[in-house]
Design a protein around this ligand. Structure first.
Ligand SMILES: *Cc1c(COP(=O)(O)O)cnc(C)c1O
Length: 424
């Protein structure tokens, strides 16, 4: 469910026509719906309510969409933040997420980042390896502090989805094995600088079946029981993120309510506080990337290119993960309009800068607007200025108002970031 619908003959975000934003802000531009963000978060939160000991911590995965206004929208509803860098912790704090709802994950946290997280007093630092555990213990001891940690476990299950976003197989770089987790948890319990509060897993992203999640959660349950049998306290089980979203041509992913029913079945009687780290399922369908057609290039040989002003630097998912995004004309054609097959491409000097091949679309012409649907997660956050193309601006809509929540940088600003070497 999202709030991008045709109104008065054109695609709108809530009460604002996308063409109005495109005129005022220019293209390409990301547009986010407050109502969709709020709806997705509350549906998820309400589905998980009552599961486990106390209220679950819903730590929104900041990397999916880290715009401060998006974070603040979610923080105002009680969202925590799952972060993977000091920068993301700083964003979460700036958006008003209290430290006791911030989780710091990541395979390669620097010592500076760990020290920062201790100083801030985050809820949980998810430790992903033995060297990290040792380093964190030393840093905390030097500060006379006690870092709250969870051990990130790699439950060795295949989550399906694209290989680049699967994280839960034994040969992925994330987390430690079950056996290692037991050993490290016991060690941490005897360390003055560490307070182990629980165990964590996150097996991948864009997961469209509950089976791998259920398999992982079953293993996590067994781990909690083994740790407790050894006399170790386990207060929190962090189940990660990863729930998939419908990108139009894929099987319908499980709803949060199905996910919650599975958790009740698998973990219902475990008496442990639960944490979740949803990213994509909150943000993906809350955003679109609006782009203008530069021109249509018809090759005499028959290929037809739709050349857009958006490119792989704005939305890299198709190039990087072969991801599918539905592309909708902002002004829908008449029902009987001709449909043509287009190779949809951007202006970047790489063949990889292709959004879709042979995509059936109504006939489009120079100046028309199109919207890449489901671009609210891993869209703007993965943007770059490759080819010295300014970062696409971000706009947040609420009802019939909108605000530019990250302006497009000017060329002057972009060039001013690079002082010339003094000898030049
Ligand atoms: C990326 C990530 C998430 C969020 O994944 P989604 O698929 O967006 O829900 C959660 N936890 C960790 C540790 C991550 O790295």
């Amino acid at each position: 469910m999202n709030h991008f619908e045709v109104r008065d003959g054109e695609l709108a975000c809530e009460g604002v026509p996308l063409s109005r934003i495109a005129e005022a802000v220019g293209t390409p531009v990301y547009v986010y719906s407050t109502a969709t963000l709020e709806r997705h978060f509350t549906v998820f939160r309400d589905a998980m309510a009552g599961l486990g000991r106390g209220e679950p911590l819903i730590a929104y995965a900041v990397k999916a969409n880290s715009n401060l206004s998006v974070l603040k929208t979610l923080a105002d509803l009680g969202a925590g933040a799952d972060t993977v860098s000091e920068g993301e912790v700083r964003r979460a704090l700036a958006a008003g997420v209290p430290p006791e709802r911030i989780v710091l994950s990541g395979v390669g946290k620097t010592s500076a980042e760990l020290a920062f997280a201790i100083d801030v007093g985050v809820a949980e630092i998810n430790v992903e390896s033995e060297p990290e555990l040792e380093r964190l213990a030393r840093i905390a001891a030097d500060k006379g502090a006690r870092a709250q940690i969870a051990i990130r476990v790699n439950p060795d299950v295949s989550a399906g989805g694209h290989a680049k976003i699967a994280t839960g197989k034994a040969d992925n770089k994330f987390g430690v094995s079950m056996a290692e987790a037991e050993r490290l948890y016991a060690r941490a319990s005897n360390n003055a600088g560490l307070r182990p509060v629980g165990v964590a897993c996150h097996i991948g992203s864009q997961i469209t079946s509950l089976e791998p999640l259920e398999a992982a959660f079953g293993k996590m349950r067994a781990l909690v029981e083994r740790l407790r049998a050894e006399g170790l306290a386990v207060d929190r089980l962090d189940l990660g993120g990863g729930l998939g979203v419908p990108y139009f041509n894929q099987p319908e992913p499980p709803a949060p309510s199905d996910f919650a029913a599975m958790i009740r079945r698998t973990l219902g009687d475990l008496d442990v506080g639960l944490a979740f780290e949803p990213g994509r399922v909150i943000a993906a369908n809350a955003g679109v990337l609006v782009s203008r057609v530069i021109h249509v290039h018809d090759r005499p040989e028959g290929q037809r290119f739709l050349v857009l002003d958006a490119a792989m630097n704005d939305l890299i998912r198709p190039a990087m993960y072969d991801a599918y995004h539905d592309i909708q004309p902002v002004r829908p054609p008449a029902a009987d309009a001709a449909v043509e097959a287009y190779d949809v491409v951007g202006p970047v000097c790489e063949t990889g800068d292709t959004f879709a091949r042979g995509r059936p679309l109504p006939r489009l012409a120079s100046g028309d607007l199109v919207a890449f649907m489901s671009a609210g997660a891993y869209g703007a956050t993965m943007g770059s200025e490759y080819n010295t193309r300014p970062l696409a601006p971000e706009v947040l809509v609420r009802g019939d108002q909108y605000a530019v929540v990250r302006p497009r940088p000017t060329y002057e600003e972009m060039l001013a970031r690079e002082p010339l070497a003094p000898w030049l």
